[in-house]
Design a binder for this molecule. Structure first.
Ligand code: ADP
Ligand code: MG
Length: 652
């Protein structure tokens, strides 16, 4: 190798790079094939998110400082660190260079050769694989990959035409080494110049990367990705990062002011906006992570977009992804804040594509702990929880249908309106069950478009009479909630507008008997309505109204039909059952008429009206003109009878 070593390394430098003096002991070595492939991709991609190169170099410096601390503790013969641990960035606009220096562990000659060029890291290999995959489907996607992956040190070549790494290891007897490359095929190793342990990396910036010699720009990038790196990062003699990652502190040490400030930082929110609630977690097993999550006071306008995510994912205090969709389930998408794990590498995104196990465990823990925290809040501060529910309940509820494992916990967090709360206060399922009279077995609910509509419903009558409460489920998502939540506390959830209601008490027996008495009316109405209804029967759920419509057990309800149509889905119109109140004067009179004059026109008119008024009570009349005609006819008959006229005209 000595022959090669005596040659000038300049031959390996690309056009435009500064010539470097020939140096004794210089050795030019080829990059490993995979490394070269990664480098070519990085250099040649029109890459949108170049700024991450700085994140990568800072995180390497931070790792080197961590390792230095460890080495100082474990090896007595290691050289001492010079000064306080820190990362220093120097910018030179004239020379177009950016230098990043750390007084960390440094590298020996062998290490520098291995780490920076000859052994492709598993991250690089994964990157190549994923890149090839992405290229098959979508070129833009392939370009974006680089930013997601974090190709580590090689990211420097996105912005630099030449990189110099001057390093000296803390290990005893280490000499300074200089590693230098233009990223094309080879790198050169020669004698370095550092007097003490650490690493100085100089980027000779490409013309189009000149912005990275501007201090404001560098500070901006640091604040974005590296704000919480726990060593000071100096730019032009000033510390540019806040370094204190409050999520790593013990809970009790974080003040309200700090929470507010940090909430602002993560939300970019406006002045005065405060978090409603926070969840601060420090978990060690099975995966180590810290999380600091906030529930905002107000729901953002895009809350219902299901791809909305606002949790930042950090690995060892370095930002990896601004909106991570893997650390909390979709129904907690209103949470803002950070998750930071020691057990993730900066290359985490590559594993994410493969359904990373550590991330799954983090998600499970986050979910469990957040739900627990909501439950505690609901108990300790019901008013505050009510606020949380009113802003985010609609989203949280989705969990009942999508998260089978936590279904019961989420059901406990749900709040609904109820017949027993005329002023609109919301109650929990537990409160409902606790207040049930001993004769009541099931939990009853009614669904509908709004409170007014369900409040007026004739379906409530039998329950009101018995003192049974009925839950008002008036959010569209409630239809899905009740479909998934068949039971709560071993009690069936039953719609008051669906199926046969047999409440099994004395009243029910009396209803059976009354039903027998209006058989003729039932048959007559059945004949008059034909196949417009599925069936006609005597009702056990009406006390005041003459008639109502119910869905057959297992059929899709009217409200669900309405919602399906609203969201543009086709909904089969299920025929319904008309129930007649056997205790009502109209039905009893109709029964007499049916016995006396079966098939009369008057009977048909009454049947129509009983059907139409049931529709009207639900606001579902499809043919108002027809209804008006029927009412007019009836009024004509009634008024004529009242005055004893012949029904042909005004009586003068
Ligand atoms: P990663 O950080 O994921 O290991 P990188 O490509 O960023 O991969 O870095 C490759 C290796 O080079 C690191 O693992 C480390 O051993 C070495 N290295 C990079 N920068 C430094 C530095 N500033 N000080 C010491 N070693 C470094
Ligand atoms: Mg790295």
């Amino acid at each position: 190798m000595t022959e090669q070593a005596s040659q000038s390394p300049v031959t390996a430098a690309p056009a435009g790079a500064e010539p470097s003096p020939a140096s004794p002991g210089a050795v030019e070595l080829p990059f490993q094939a995979e490394v070269q492939q990664v480098l070519s991709l990085v250099i040649n991609s029109l890459y949108a998110n170049q700024e991450v190169f700085l994140r990568e170099l800072i995180s390497n410096a931070s790792d080197a400082l961590d390792k230095a601390r460890f080495l100082a503790l474990t090896r007595k013969d290691a050289s001492e660190q010079e000064g306080e641990p820190k990362i220093k960035i120097t910018l030179n606009d004239d020379a177009r260079t950016l230098t990043i220096e750390d007084n960390g562990v440094g590298m020996t000659r062998d290490e520098v050769i291995h780490n920076l060029g000859t052994i492709a890291k598993s991250g690089s290999l994964e990157f190549l694989k994923a890149h090839a995959e992405a290229m098959k489907s979508n070129k833009d996607g392939a370009v974006k990959l680089i930013g997601q992956f974090g190709v580590g040190f090689y990211a420097a070549f996105m912005v630099a035409s030449r990189v110099d790494v001057d390093t000296r290891s803390m290990l005893p007897g280490s000499e300074p080494v200089l590693w230098r490359s233009g990223g094309a095929g080879t790198f050169t190793v020669l004698e370095g110049s550092r007097d003490n342990p650490g690493t100085t990396i100089t980027l000779h910036l490409k013309d189009e990367a000149r912005e990275y010699t501007k201090a404001w720009r560098i500070k901006e990038i640091i604040r974005k990705y590296s704000d919480f790196v726990h060593f000071p990062i100096e730019v032009g003699g000033e510390v540019a990062n806040r370094s204190k990652a409050i999520w790593t502190l013990p809970k009790s040490q974080v003040t309200e002011e700090q929470h507010e400030e940090f909430f602002h930082h993560v939300t970019g929110g406006y002045e005065g906006e405060k978090p409603l609630h926070h969840i601060h977690l420090s978990i060690d097993a099975p995966v180590q992570f810290h999380a600091l999550l906030y529930v905002p006071e107000k729901a953002p306008p895009d809350l219902f977009q299901r791809d909305r995510r606002s949790i930042r994912l950090y690995a060892k205090r370095v930002l990896i992804i601004e909106d991570c969709d893997k650390v909390a389930p979709i129904y907690l998408r209103f949470l803002r804040g950070v998750v930071d794990s020691e057990d993730l590498s900066l290359n985490v995104s590559r594993e994410m594509l493969q359904e990373d196990k550590a991330l799954k465990q983090i998600e499970q823990q986050v979910t469990k702990q957040v739900l627990k925290s909501f439950k505690d809040l609901a108990e300790s501060d019901p008013d505050k929880y009510a606020k949380l529910w009113s802003e985010f309940g609609k989203v949280l509820k989705e969990g009942v249908s999508v998260d089978y494992k936590n279904r019961d916990t989420i059901a406990d967090l749900c709040r609904f309106g109820a017949m027993s709360e005329p002023d609109g206060k919301l109650i929990s399922l537990k409160q409902y069950v606790d207040a049930m009279p001993s004769s009541q077995k099931d939990i009853y609910y009614i669904t509908g478009p709004n409170r007014r509509a369900v409040e007026q419903s004739p379906h409530l009558e039998a329950f009101k009479k018995r003192g049974y409460d009925v839950l008002f489920l008036i959010d569209p998502v409630d239809e899905w909630v009740v479909q998934s939540l068949n039971e709560y506390d071993k009690r069936r959830m039953r719609s008051v507008a669906q199926g046969d209601i047999d409440l099994g008490d004395d009243q029910a027996k009396a209803d059976d008997k009354a039903g027998e008495e209006v058989k003729a009316a039932v048959e007559a109405v059945k004949g008059a309505l034909g196949d417009r209804v599925k069936d006609v029967r005597a009702s056990k759920r009406l006390t005041d109204s003459a008639s109502c419509l119910v869905s057959a057990e297992g059929d899709i309800g009217v409200n669900m039909e309405r919602i399906m149509r609203m969201i543009g889905e086709s909904a089969p119109e299920a025929k319904r059952i008309l129930e007649l109140n056997p205790g009502h004067a109209i039905v009893r009179n109709l029964n007499i008429l049916a016995e006396r004059a079966p098939g009369s026109d008057q009977l048909k008119l009454w049947a129509e009206l009983l059907y139409e008024q049931a529709l009207l009570a639900e606001g579902m009349v499809t043919d108002p003109a027809r209804l008006v005609r029927h009412i007019q006819e009836l009024l004509t008959q009634a008024s004529t009878a009242a005055v004893g006229g012949d029904g042909k005209g005004p009586v003068v």
